[in-house]
Design a protein. Structure first.
Length: 1215
């Protein structure tokens, strides 16, 4: 009997279109992604590498959870829905044959559907060079093992787990709605697990907790080279093998439990029918018959529509499973809102904008809407009421509208959940600055239209497909395909992507800002488009016994009556008119480029302009600028005099100028307008049908009226304007906001910019471009030491800025503020830095700022003004910022020499406008950084204080001593500034109470090193980037050196270094070798090993406490402590191979501590009883010491001053 049920289930599935739709969707999605390279491949990794194939199998088999819910969940429920139980109960069918036959047949069909994944990868890798236009080098060989191993070890366990889960749920509950509930709970559980795993570094927990293996594969792939990814299979062993076994076993155990509870007769018997108890009832005579007046007029239709609308809502809201799903969604939303965002582990205050950008919750809502659209449309047929209901008098539009309006009402209610959940959470957290106008504006402008468009889209798809589960799959697949197209960057033209609008970034300072304009237009455009979908759904609405699409298609002319034609005409006209206006802004006034066009233009740029890279470049020495800001119009007008010097050995006759960010400008020399040519033009963008055939690029080649001889100088007059023409396809004018201008690109740039070249080696090879090398200039490169890290044309610049802005705003810029005045309802500010000059680029900010001012007097008796410019509502941590500046100015001036400027400022920018950055005399923090940190917990890292101290230290090590252009010169601004911040934190919190800061700096390095394939290079020669964590490591190394040789010695070396290179006008400029040589002179011979090991080599310690014993000496509260420690140090080569340092003899801390206590500020304080250094060689050591007071814990290098692989085993607690 098992075999017959098994074969029958397979035949039944294969006769239905669903399995072919599922297969086609997976196949097309996979082919499209692999043919276009829209996969998460690393640098030099093949798009069909074994590792990437394994990751794709994991992700797609997780998405197949939706298909598994349909194919496995309905296998049993179909018999209940079809009312075939009377047949099964009369035939000799065994429960086991029925249960396992249904499961096995359905699971085999699911596996057949899953074969679309390898088929899609294979076809995509073959068609990529032809369809996607990719180079054959992007793809490696297709070997059977690359597909078979991940299918069996990754996809198969995932499908077993989800299949057992959904099949078992229906077997236990007899209700198909439990599929939706279980699926969404599984989705939410997976999302929450990913969130929690992101907060931990426990690899064992990470490897075990991910049911689908996606996180495991991604993390392991990060630590593997591209060569290994391209040529070796993903290892299914160790913790990952345990993961596969555990989750497969969980699925099988759940199915076994469902089988143990399965009763053949009870499964088909259904609920018991309630019997009515008859009572004696007195019958009364009926009134005489009244002749009924039957009228099916408009009033009848309105009453019927209202009644059916209430019935649909009642069916929805009386469904227990609906409230279970909503409850789970609310739990997710409450969890997201309550947890909030954090920076450096410190939670942010619950501001309104945190509760409005709810990406994951949108996914949940879409699933919910799609599922209940299917329920609403198919409920009458599943209960067989449609046979009666469809024969009743109400017109089809009434039946259709009642369902659609009920679902639109559901979407409207869900749109207000952020407000209904967010405000109570803000109140519960004691935060009362909720912005109700912003809540309502964002909900009505962004969230509500999006949900209504979701409803209309899902409704139309379900009506057209006319199959509940296939409708679910098609709607979700289409929505997912559009999302992937846009999110991957393959195609993101919002005018052609249903329901999409330009991205919106909210800020407290600017709210929705100027982005409201394009969002309004796109929203109205897609609401008209949604209205057209409603017409289509009405024309194809299912009613009666006809079921095929062809039959409904024949009824369309009959249904497309006068009212539908008028509505369709108006909607289509509005859709076209608004779409035309959007097109005029996006593709005529502005230019929209596809990813391929951007790549093509970069190739053209390099081929045409590369010959100009050899032109001699001038050095800027002085800028005098008048800048007028008009925030209300998002406009900037500039009038500048730029003094340039020729420091080359040949005259400068021509200048190549790049002005991408500038709308229009003119260039004069000696009051004569310079003529120019445009050497670069681009082919017209694909969607810019009405623009000229060739687009002129914003590159100009000027020929100077008077060439600049070597050593000579000239003054260029620049008049420029930066304005906005219409609006763009996506986020735009992020630097010019109504409240929060932060603009850097004020003047055209000189010369050819290599950063605009294509980096992908396969694209370069395909287009005949030479391969680029990633080797930056070595530490002693003679050309790079004569250039600054900030750019080839920058030097020590004397700056004179006059800035005007709106009458309600304050303009902030680098330099000393020498004058302010007001004229014509506008504010004017004059900033100047002519005495010393400044290094690097500069920016101008303007906003409606609140200000906090203070000053501090330095050892040389000159006074420094400290000013904070911030959003009035963001005053929670301004005293921490101010304290860091006051403390740092005194401490760093005493250590390295006085602060040379008259002012130091900190200004806030909106979340849209930029990130944390520094300039001479001016630091800039995004509103997410520090201004809204919740620092109530004293043990949390006060990054407001630490990061401000670090940025202040850069005033010495970036803007007094400017690093040269060699690859390792980063250690000057990044390493020395972190060292300075650690020393300032030590002076504030105490030497024994900054362990968390040291761990954080070194921990980032280890975390990234373990998960990314970083070539190990000694700090002295390494190139630092944001993904290496070397900046934090350098800070710890310098702090450890200071602890060894003494702070005074190290500061003496730094003062010597600073005095040699501060405000240097002419090359050579400072590099890492210069810094190292100054430090080396101050380090005694005994500690030279530390410099060699940590600067010239890659060295990692692995110290640990093996055993720890304590015994009372019996007098004066003294205790004898005995530690057995193991000391180890290894050297790493560039491939990560370790060589033990067997001859080591290092000076290392040993400490014994009493119980920690809480300080006045709530911060945990460590209390060392004994803390001293010992010369220790490699191997085991037994150390005894007598302490006064009861010890609680002890350790080796307990403050983590060394770069230790596992700092957690450096300490043991006394038992």
């Amino acid at each position: 009997m098992f075999l017959k049920i098994f074969l029958f289930e397979i035949q039944s599935k294969l006769r239905r279109p669903a399995i072919y739709v599922y297969f086609a969707v997976i196949l097309m999605l996979t082919v499209a992604c692999f043919a276009n390279g829209a996969v998460p491949a690393g640098e030099k990794e093949h798009y069909n590498s074994p590792y990437l194939i394994a990751q794709w199998f994991a992700m797609m088999s997780m998405l197949m959870m939706l298909i598994a819910s349909s194919m496995m969940g309905t296998a049993l429920y179909r018999d209940i829905e079809s009312n075939t139980h009377s047949y099964y109960l009369t035939y000799p069918i065994t429960p086991a044959g029925y249960f396992w036959g249904r499961f096995s047949g359905s699971f085999l069909c699911l596996l057949l559907t899953g074969l679309a994944i390898p088929a899609g990868i294979y076809l995509g890798s073959l068609s990529g060079p032809f369809l996607g236009g990719l180079d054959k080098g992007n793809y490696g060989p297709n070997q059977l093992s690359y597909y078979l191993q991940p299918f069996l070890c990754i996809a198969l366990p995932n499908l077993v787990f989800t299949s057992c889960f959904f099949f078992g749920l229906v077997a236990l509950t007899r209700n198909v709605k439990v599929i939706y509930t279980g699926g969404l709970i599984l989705f939410l559980g997976y999302f929450l697990s990913i969130f929690f795993l992101a907060q931990t570094h426990n690899d064992a927990l990470i490897n075990l907790s991910d049911a689908f293996g996606v996180t495991n594969i991604r993390n392991h792939s990060g630590s593997i080279s591209a060569l290994d990814k391209n040529n070796t299979l993903f290892p299914v062993s160790g913790p990952f093998l345990v993961n596969r076994i555990v989750w497969t076993a969980i699925g099988i155990l759940f199915l076994t439990f469902a089988w143990s509870r399965f009763s053949f007769t009870r499964f088909f018997s259904g609920r018991k029918v309630k019997t009515l108890k008859l009572t004696n009832t007195q019958l009364t005579a009926l009134n005489p018959a009244v002749k009924a007046k039957i009228s099916f007029d408009r009033a009848y239709n309105r009453r019927t529509l209202y009644t059916l609308f209430r019935i649909e809502l009642s069916n929805l809201f009386r469904d227990n499973y609906f409230w279970i799903i909503i409850g789970c969604g609310l739990a997710l939303l409450i969890f997201i809102f309550w947890t909030g965002s954090n920076t450096h582990g410190v939670p942010d205050l619950p501001r309104t904008i945190e509760f409005l950008q709810i990406g994951p919750f949108f996914t949940f809502i879409f699933f919910l809407i799609v599922f209940y659209i299917g329920e609403a449309l198919h409920r009458d047929r599943s209960t067989r009421y449609a046979v009666i209901g469809d024969a009743l008098p109400p017109p089809t539009w009434v039946l259709n509208s009642a369902k659609l309006l009920a679902l639109l009402f559901l979407g409207s209610c869900l749109a207000f959940l952020p407000l209904l959940v967010g405000v109570p959470i803000q109140l519960a957290k004691g935060f009362y600055q909720f912005d109700l106008p912003l809540y309502l504006q964002y909900i009505l402008t962004v969230i509500l239209p999006k949900l209504l468009e979701m409803v209309v889209f899902g409704y139309t798809v379900h009506v057209l497909v006319n199959n509940k589960f296939v409708g679910h799959a098609v709607a979700i697949s289409l929505w997912l395909a559009v999302f992937l197209l846009r999110d991957s960057g393959i195609f993101d033209y919002n005018l052609l992507l249903y329901s999409y609008t330009p991205n919106v970034l909210l800020s407290d300072m600017d709210g929705l800002g100027d982005m409201a304009v394009p969002v309004y237009w796109f929203t109205i455009y897609w609401l008209f488009g949604g209205g057209l979908l409603v017409i289509i759904a009405a024309l194809f609405y299912y009613r009666g016994i006809s079921s095929s699409f062809v039959e409904r298609l024949k009824m369309v002319p009959h249904r497309f009556g006068t009212y539908n034609r008028i509505a369709a005409g108006l909607l289509f006209t509005g859709f076209i008119l608004i779409g035309s206006y959007i097109y005029y802004n996006v593709s005529y006034l502005n230019v929209f480029l596809t990813e391929g066009e951007r790549e093509s233009r970069a190739i053209t740029y390099e081929k045409v302009l590369k010959p100009y890279a050899g032109l001699p470049l001038p050095r800027i020495t002085r800028i005098k600028m008048q800048t007028d800001l008009y925030p209300d119009h998002r406009a900037v007008y500039i009038n500048a005099e730029v003094t340039i010097v020729n420091k080359n050995e040949r005259p400068i006759e021509s200048l190549l100028m790049d002005a991408d960010e500038i709308t229009a400008y003119t260039l004069k020399q000696g009051n004569e307008v310079l003529a120019f040519t445009c050497p670069l033009t681009y082919k017209r963008a694909a969607f810019s049908f009405f623009r000229p055939q060739r687009d002129t690029a914003e590159f100009r080649l000027y020929r100077l009226n008077r060439p600049i001889a070597p050593g000579d100088s000239t003054v260029l007059q620049v008049r420029a304007e930066i304005t906005q023409r219409g609006f763009s396809n996506n986020l735009y004018i992020s630097d010019r906001l109504l409240n929060g201008t932060f603009i850097t690109a004020l003047l055209p740039n000189f010369g050819y910019d290599e950063n605009e070249e294509v980096n992908n080696r396969y694209v370069r090879k395909k287009n005949g471009l030479p391969l680029k090398t990633n080797d930056d200039a070595a530490s002693d490169d003679p050309g790079a030491v004569n250039l600054l890290r900030e750019g080839k044309t920058t030097g020590l610049i004397h700056l004179d800025l006059t800035v005007s802005t709106s009458g309600d705003q304050t303009a902030v810029a680098p330099g000393a503020l020498t004058n302010t005045w007001r004229r014509n309802d506008r504010n004017y500010f004059h900033y100047s830095q002519r005495r010393t000059g400044i290094y690097g680029q500069f920016s101008i900010l303007s906003a409606r700022y609140a200000t906090l001012q203070d000053s501090t007097r330095l050892p040389d008796a000159h006074q420094v003004n400290v000013q904070l410019f911030y959003h009035p509502q963001h005053q929670a941590n301004v005293q921490d910022f101010m304290s860091a500046y006051r403390d740092g100015l005194r401490y760093f001036s005493a250590a390295w020499g006085d602060y040379p400027f008259q002012d130091i400022r900190l200004a806030e920018t909106p979340d849209v406008g930029g990130e944390e950055t520094s300039m001479a005399t001016l630091d800039v923090y995004n509103e997410r950084f520090g201004w809204n940190a919740d620092l109530k917990d004293g043990d949390q890292t006060n990054y407001c204080y630490f990061e401000t101290a670090r940025n202040l230290a850069e005033q010495w090590w970036r803007f007094q001593v400017a690093p040269n252009a060699t690859k390792s010169a980063w250690i000057i601004p990044e390493g020395l500034s972190r060292y300075g911040a650690l020393k300032l934190a030590e002076s504030k919190y105490g030497k024994n109470n900054i362990k968390s800061l040291l761990q954080q700096q070194a921990g980032t390095y280890f975390f990234l090193r373990d998960r990314l394939h970083i070539k190990e290079v000694p700090v002295l020669y390494a190139k630092e980037d944001r993904w290496s964590g070397l900046a934090g490591k350098a800070g710890v190394l310098l702090y450890g050196l200071s602890d060894l040789v003494g702070e005074d010695r190290l500061n003496a070396a730094l003062r010597e270094f600073k005095n040699s290179y501060a405000f240097k006008k002419d090359p050579p400029y400072a590099g890492s070798i210069d810094l190292y040589n100054c430090i080396k002179k101050q380090v005694p011979e005994a500690f030279q090993y530390y410099l060699r090991d940590n600067w010239e080599k890659v060295t990692i310690y692995n110290n640990q406490v093996n055993t720890l014993n304590v015994a009372s000496t019996g007098s004066n509260n003294n205790f004898l402590v005995t530690l057995e420690v193991n000391v180890a140090k290894v050297y790493l080569d560039s491939l990560g191979n370790e060589t033990p340092a067997r001859s080591m003899n290092d000076f290392i801390d040993i400490g014994v501590f009493a119980a920690d206590t809480k300080g006045r500020n709530g911060r945990t304080q460590s209390n060392p009883l004994v803390f001293r250094k010992y010369w220790l060689s490699a191997g085991k050591h037994v150390i005894q010491m007598t302490v006064h007071g009861k010890p609680t814990y002890a350790g080796i290098d307990p403050m983590n001053k060394l770069i230790d692989k596992r700092p957690e085993d450096n300490i043991k607690v006394f038992r």
